[in-house]
Design a protein around this ligand. Structure first.
Ligand SMILES: Nc1ncnc2c1ncn2[C@@H]1O[C@H](COP(=O)(O)OP(=O)(O)O)[C@@H](O)[C@H]1O
Ligand SMILES: [Ca+2]
Length: 497
């Protein structure tokens, strides 16, 4: 009897205690879950911005980049927010009215202002890099190129952003920054993965860049980087005058010379232009470039007539590349050292525009050549009829441009039928355009650290989840322990009785 009373007394304070423990237990679990969820909820990101102007030979583009303000040094964080193509030609075309070069950027810089929050304008850096068009102008007329640069500097200083400089970048920088862009956007640096080569075709120059350990031959063609704790030895070469617009002039010059000396007539029968194509052009428009040594610079016209012979076009284009005179172990062309090709290549800019239009981005080398021959024989009026929305300047040149690309890659850089599949013709990686501008900004803002930053072994989300699970486990063990203790203590008096 005394034992039973003792049990009843015990039960009267036991039950509220268990209810109390249960309530606290539930509150603790709810608290843990809420903390985990709230802590991991996406915080509204604050962004920083940077602007780079790509002053190319044919036109200028303004790129706006953004990255989360608190993750500046985490590679893979910078993305393209906006791009604007400046109307008209490249800044080098303002050689004779330099004061207009800067104001030509007005509309695109206003677009940039609208795409960046006003409170960030003042801290946003703006860089302008000019490429081969300005390199050629500097060669031709040093003071004209200075005047054009002065004009864009004055204009950019008047924008609400922090102007950080306008300069003509070297061909080596252009190649190397393109390579950084490709591998940054593919996250190859952070993951210490194999890097990809970069092939850039512009109007006035072309660049080939890839990782290679073979740097004993031509140290000038190599750049060394330490990125994210890894050393990279990168081969890069830029061929001035081998952009597709300058290469076309070189080809026209070669053909004009043969024609002019032969009959004295000013009709040029061109296999790289379509049958039925006929246009009267100014000789001066072919010859006003330092890429051709001397030529008639008079205001004389010639008639450019297409014959649409793709095979003959290939033969003529091949002659632009000089395969003799290699004093190194291996060369691309014109006696320029090039180590053996290695790995995958991303081909962008005009490589992409042209191959995309011709539907050749996933064809084999042989099929590309065959399809080009057939494309070149298409009558000009038929092409015009079927491509109303394509700029005539581009449309008339795709036969030449395609033939030039295939020849440059095969005869120039030594891609073979086998290695052709290693080339990917691309415009973007993710939402960002591929080109040298992103790499340029990453470098100037020190946004790819030389050493990989130390990071905790678990990501934040994983850490919180694990802590919640472990806490639940501990609580469950405590509850189980209590139950076992209760059962054994309630069984004990019975044994005594
Ligand atoms: N849609 C297109 N189709 C064909 N070619 C294009 C297209 N868009 C741009 N291009 C060409 O791409 C090239 C871009 O070169 P650009 O960057 O201006 O010169 P560079 O890099 O030599 O200074 C030019 O030859 C231009 O004509
Ligand atoms: Ca370019």
């Amino acid at each position: 009897m005394a034992g039973q009373r003792e049990m009843r007394e015990k039960n009267t304070w036991h039950r509220p205690l268990i209810i109390c423990i249960a309530v606290f237990f539930v509150m603790a679990i709810v608290g843990l879950l809420i903390t985990g969820v709230v802590q991991n909820k996406a915080i509204k990101q604050k962004y920083k911005y940077g602007i780079v102007l790509d002053a190319g030979s044919s036109h200028t583009s303004v790129y706006v980049y953004q990255w989360p303000a608190e993750k500046e040094n985490n590679t893979g964080m910078v993305t393209q927010k906006h791009v604007c193509n400046v109307k008209g030609k490249g800044i080098s075309s303002y050689a004779k009215n330099a004061e207009k070069a800067g104001p030509s950027l007005k509309e695109c810089m206003q677009e940039a202002e609208r795409s960046i929050p006003t409170q960030r304008h003042q801290e946003t850096p703006v860089y302008l890099g000019a490429t081969a068009g300005m390199r050629l102008l500097r060669k031709e007329d040093d003071s004209a190129s200075d005047r054009v640069l002065d004009s864009v500097v004055r204009f950019l200083q008047g924008t609400p952003f922090t102007f950080q400089g306008a300069r003509i970048i070297t061909g080596q920088e252009e190649g190397a920054y393109g390579w950084i862009t490709v591998n940054y956007l593919s996250d190859n640096f952070r993951k210490a993965q194999r890097t990809m080569g970069a092939l850039d075709l512009g109007g006035a120059s072309t660049q080939i860049t890839f990782e290679s350990g073979d740097h004993s031959q031509s140290p000038d063609d190599f750049i060394h980087f330490r990125l994210y704790g890894k050393e990279y030895s990168v081969y890069t070469h830029s061929f001035l005058c081998y952009g597709k617009d300058q290469a076309l002039r070189v080809l026209l010059d070669q053909q004009l010379r043969a024609n002019l000396t032969g009959t004295g007539s000013l009709i040029l029968q061109d296999p790289c232009f379509h049958p039925g194509y006929k246009k009267v052009k100014l000789l001066a428009d072919v010859y006003n470039t330092p890429c051709i040594r001397t030529g008639p610079s008079s205001n004389v016209n010639f008639t450019h007539v297409g014959t649409g012979n793709g095979k003959l076009c290939q033969e003529k284009v091949r002659r632009i590349f000089n395969s003799s005179g290699c004093s190194s172990r291996s060369c691309s062309f014109n006696g320029v050292f090039q180590p053996p090709l290695h790995g995958q290549f991303e081909a962008f800019s005009a490589f992409f525009f042209v191959m995309k239009f011709l539907n050749l981005t996933s064809e084999s080398l042989e099929d590309s050549k065959k399809k080009l021959v057939s494309y070149c024989s298409t009558p000009w009026d038929e092409l015009q009829k079927n491509n109303h929305n394509v700029k005539e300047k581009y449309l008339q040149e795709y036969c030449f441009s395609g033939t030039y690309i295939v020849t440059l890659l095969e005869e120039g850089y030594s891609f073979t039928s086998g290695s052709w599949k290693d080339i990917r013709f691309i415009k973007k990686i993710g939402d960002s355009d591929v080109g040298w501008t992103l790499g340029y900004m990453l470098n100037l803002t020190n946004m790819i650290p030389a050493e990989a930053p130390d990071s905790p072994p678990l990501p934040h989300g994983g850490y919180v989840t694990l802590m919640v699970l472990l806490a639940l486990l501990v609580c469950s063990l405590v509850v189980c322990g209590c139950c076992v203790f209760r059962r054994s203590s309630s069984a004990a008096p019975k044994q005594i009785v």
